[in-house]
Design a protein around this ligand. Structure first.
Ligand SMILES: [Zn+2]
Length: 149
């Protein structure tokens, strides 16, 4: 699936590049990402000049033996607000109404050209991986070097 749920482990909530940079630096960087993608969502392809978001896509490397995890910034992605709400499903589930979640589900199924059952499976798998990461990792390290490339 190209549009996937990317749940942030609870130990990393609020820890991201946007918070690390000054508001001005983040504005410049996120504008660069949106401009260089011509304000087009990299997942669904919608083009909106004013309300695109800059998503920080992370990978998580977990060392089970040491109970450590590394949050690696993989890339910055230009996304529409709907795809961004799908990606951050956990936050959406906690803050949106049932009808809004249903619209997000429809959007995800359409963008991924998949079935409701396959989407439900992906959602369950994402939650399972999130639970595992939260249970195993006692200490997180962040790695933003992906931006240097
Ligand atoms: Zn989109």
């Amino acid at each position: 699936m190209k549009l996937q749920i990317q749940l942030v482990p609870s130990g990393l909530w609020g820890i991201n590049l946007r918070k690390k940079l000054s508001p001005t630096d983040w504005r410049v960087l996120s504008r660069y990402v949106r401009d260089s993608n011509h304000h087009t969502c990299e997942y669904c392809g919608i083009k909106q000049s004013s309300i695109m978001h800059c998503h920080e896509e992370f990978h998580y490397n977990i060392n089970v033996v040491r109970s450590e995890g590394i949050q690696v910034l993989a890339k910055l992605v230009c996304v529409c607000c709907t795809c961004h709400a799908v990606i951050h499903w956990g936050r959406s589930e906690a803050t949106l109404k049932r009808t809004e979640l249903s619209e997000l589900t429809s959007h995800a199924i359409r963008v991924n050209d998949t079935t409701p059952d396959a989407w439900d499976f992906h959602r369950a798998e994402a939650k399972l991986n999130w639970d595992k990461a939260n249970m195993i990792v006692k200490q997180w390290i962040t790695d933003y070097r992906g931006l240097d490339a």
